[in-house]
Design a protein around this ligand. Structure first.
Ligand SMILES: Cc1ncc(COP(=O)(O)O)c(C=O)c1O
Length: 466
């Protein structure tokens, strides 16, 4: 009999035996194996480990979670050293009860804040009725949500995905298919794409190929070929390339989030629109971060008066549940056939019910007006309070997507704010503070956030002299 080695002795904290699991061993053969000497150990691990039970009961300690994360998760995230275990409105709490004011919204996701009662009702009611059926069948919340999205946008039809990157993957495929459909006799229909400096479109191979930051792409090359990056805002170079006739679609964020909160100009978007109209290239607006009320308009492009052929959405749509959506005109949809694209999970009853609750609230004109008002107020007090500091270069943005550009790295400021109970993000090359609070934030909370940032600003001098 072969000996069996088990490698399960990874306690969460070396001092406690919290991960001592109940292990039952079985010896089994690989199905079909004729090698009588070959044995494997199947460890049946009781996942109801004490630390998990404690987490559910809210009794786990932050340091235990951080230590365990370091061992059991693939190291893709350089996380802030905070464990968040509950939230209400714009406040988040760690297991020790420390309170944080949230100016991150889970990266522009929790538009209604944490625990919005209407959202909770929609999710719990739907969870008790039907959660998932796949797209083999029709489901009522999916069709209802699509009807609402069509009614309040330029679009005629919707495709659902599970995330922003997947929405952009679908848009890439739709653009290629549209061009093939529109050029039935061409040996080589337009297949290439344009995207812009400082853009971010996602992490999967197509969306990654469209994303400008080189260090996101290079470790994974070759990514999808045929993408040209042009300067964001430079209409002339974009128009020239669109006129080459090789471009299937132009991907652009009306307001760049990840890239540093840069807003397009009206002239730039208009130039893209008219060059696309002239040549048949598609104009894709990625509103994954800036859409759905964040700018004070339901769609960021509304304030430009320029409309796309395709728009991708995700982050806030289901108020924290994973969803993405691709909104298209009838002309684009006509090129797409059964089987051209799909997803097992996408557009399920649970996420769509959540999204209906979110969209109903956000699309209310009174709600959008309040976002505009609070956005103007926040920018004003940020300029007033921070503008005199020598490290602050610019306060920019629209509605409640605001960037404070510094002449140094924003990391020490982000850390100091966190230690003072305020959660903020960085953007751009790390020198921009990104403020994307829940859209339900109050002026009092915005005051509080601006005051904490002001109090923490001196840390930038300290970290620069060290
Ligand atoms: C503009 C934009 N597009 C796409 C994405 C990718 O979305 P996801 O992280 O849901 O895949 C993001 C994410 O930050 C984004 O900001």
């Amino acid at each position: 009999m072969s000996s069996i080695h088990l490698f399960l002795n990874n306690p969460i904290s070396p001092s406690s035996a919290v991960l001592r699991r109940s292990i039952k061993l079985k010896k089994c053969r690989f199905p079909g194996s004729t090698n009588s000497g070959r044995m494997v150990a199947c460890a049946m691990v009781d996942v109801r480990a004490p630390e998990l039970a404690a987490a559910i009961g809210g009794k786990v300690r932050s340091e235990e979670v951080v230590a365990a994360e370091g061992r059991v998760l693939v190291g893709t995230y350089a996380r802030a050293p905070v464990v968040l275990s509950s939230g209400r409105g714009c406040k988040l709490y760690d297991p020790e009860g420390r309170e944080y004011l949230d100016m991150t919204s889970g990266i522009a996701v929790n538009a209604l804040g944490h625990g919005d009662p209407d959202w909770v009702r929609a999710v719990t009611e739907q969870a008790g009725v039907l959660t998932h059926v796949s797209n083999v069948f029709y489901s009522i919340p999916q069709v209802e949500l699509a009807k609402r999205l069509v009614a309040c946008s330029f679009a005629d039809r919707v495709f659902f995905s599970n995330s922003g990157t997947e929405a952009n993957e679908a848009a890439i495929k739709f653009a290629r298919k549209f061009q093939r459909f529109s050029h039935p006799d061409a040996k080589q229909p337009p297949t290439e794409f344009i995207s812009f400096t400082n853009c971010f479109h996602g992490r999967t191979m197509g969306a990654l190929a469209l994303t400008s930051k080189e260090h996101y792409r290079t470790p994974f090359e070759p990514v999808m070929p045929g993408v040209t990056f042009l300067e964001y805002g430079n209409s002339q170079s974009a128009v020239e390339l669109i006129r080459s006739g090789k471009i299937a679609a132009v991907f652009v964020e009306p307001i760049q989030g990840e890239g540093g909160i840069y807003s397009a100009t009206k002239e730039f978007l208009q130039a893209l629109r008219s060059a696309c109209d002239d040549t048949g290239s598609l104009l894709v607006f990625d509103e994954v971060q800036c859409g759905l009320g964040r700018t004070g308009c339901l769609w960021a492009h509304e304030s430009y008066g320029v409309f796309p052929d395709i728009m991708t959405l995700a982050k806030p749509l289901a108020g924290g549940l994973p969803i993405g959506a691709v909104l298209v005109t009838e002309r684009v949809a006509a090129a797409i056939n059964y089987g051209d694209h799909g997803s097992t999970f996408a557009g399920g009853p649970l996420v769509c019910s959540a999204a209906i609750a979110v969209l109903d609230k956000i699309s209310n004109p009174g709600f959008l007006a309040s976002v505009s008002k609070k956005g103007l107020y926040f920018k004003e007090i940020l300029v007033q309070k921070l503008g005199g500091n020598s490290h602050v270069r610019e306060v920019r943005g629209m509605g409640l997507i605001i960037g404070v550009e510094l002449d140094v790295s924003a990391s020490p400021l982000v850390d100091a704010c966190r230690n003072s109970g305020l959660l903020i993000l960085t953007a751009g090359k790390g020198n921009v503070v990104r403020l994307v609070p829940p859209l339900i934030v109050s002026e009092q909370e915005l005051d509080h956030a601006a005051n904490i940032i002001l109090e923490c600003l001196p840390v930038l001098d300290e970290s620069n002299t060290n």
